[in-house]
Design a protein around this ligand. Structure first.
Ligand code: CP
Ligand code: NVA
Length: 301
């Protein structure tokens, strides 16, 4: 049987991705109740990361420990990839020995190339295009706190980056309305003019008005460190602060994939407020990705 991959949120059929979110909530409950469930004994997950990570690495490693399996963390310094071995050759070799691979890299095409030669499931652990694992945790967190996200209004405020693109995909998979506020000339690459459920604006208050969920992310992503000072000026008017949260719905919540730059894209006042669910969102990376591993490796057998 051909392997399922998870390179973008659209790789999982709509009904199945909704079930996956509910399964993540169930797995979280089982973990809190100390129920031992080890469906991945003797399985190995390789983590090929050529960008930094706290949450993604820790959540996958701990998730595999819970499931009774092992992980292998490989940075470019550790493999021949860093010395120019072709990605397709690397994919054939690694996938002949492990059961699943998570890749965090710059170019999304590299993950596509790897998956095309991989005999085991490949998970996108973040590329410049999308960060789909984060969205599993975000939607799970919304559902836990405020119930079904269908038909709700989500406001994305900030850069037209990989997280913004992931919200575009999520709006289709989970049927919510999305208002995106970016600086002028910043258009998310996955946006299409005929996206009926998506509104683009440059005004953060317009995006946030009556929203149920407000989301932002850093103004300079990994790989854009040289542009940081210039971006601070360009994005200044797009900070999520009290004024932005005040125009949202009364029970609106705030999310950020983290790491956050306090005082830039979000004030500490908002990040540390009662509306902020960022710590629950971060913890849910673990539970959501356990549901993903189970979906790819257990139900696929
Ligand atoms: N949100 C997220 O992916 O965090 P890390 O970069 O720490 O993995
Ligand atoms: N947009 C950020 C997300 C980090 C989790 C980046 O790509 O660096």
């Amino acid at each position: 049987m051909e392997s399922k991959h998870f390179l973008t949120l659209l790789d999982i059929p709509k009904e199945e991705i909704k079930n996956l979110i509910h399964r993540a909530i169930e797995l979280k409950k089982m973990t809190k109740e100390n129920i031992v469930y080890t469906p991945l004994q003797n399985k190995t997950l390789a983590l090929l990361f050529d960008k930094s990570s706290t949450r993604t690495r820790v959540s996958f490693e701990v998730g595999m420990t819970h499931f009774g399996g092992n992980t292998l963390f490989l940075s470019p310094r550790d493999t021949q990839l860093g010395r120019g071995e072709p990605i397709e050759d690397t994919a054939k070799v690694i996938s002949s020995m492990v059961d699943c691979v998570v890749i965090r890299t710059h170019d999304h095409d590299d993950v596509v190339k790897f998956s095309s030669k991989s005999s085991v499931p490949v998970i996108n652990g973040l590329t410049e295009l999308v960060h789909p694992c984060q969205l599993l945790a975000d939607v799970m967190t919304y559902v836990e706190i405020n119930g079904d996200i269908t038909g709700k209004k989500v406001a994305w405020i900030g850069d037209a980056n990989n997280m913004c693109n992931s919200y575009i995909n999520a709006s289709k998979q989970f049927d919510f309305d999305l208002s995106i506020a970016t600086p002028e000339k910043y258009v998310p690459s996955l946006y299409k003019k005929d996206d009926k459920n998506i509104v683009l604006t440059h005004d953060p208050l317009e995006a946030a008005r009556n929203a149920d969920l407000i989301v932002t992310d850093v103004w300079a992503s990994m790989g854009q460190e040289d542009e940081e000072d210039e971006r601070k000026k360009i994005f200044k008017s797009l900070q999520v602060n009290k004024n932005v949260m005040n125009v949202a719905n009364k029970n609106a919540i705030f999310m950020h994939c983290l790491p956050a730059h306090r005082g830039e894209e979000v004030t500490s006042e908002v990040l540390d407020s009662k509306s902020s669910v960022v710590w629950q969102e971060a913890e849910n990376r673990l539970h959501a990705q356990k549901a993903l591993l189970e979906y790819l490796l257990v139900t696929n057998i």
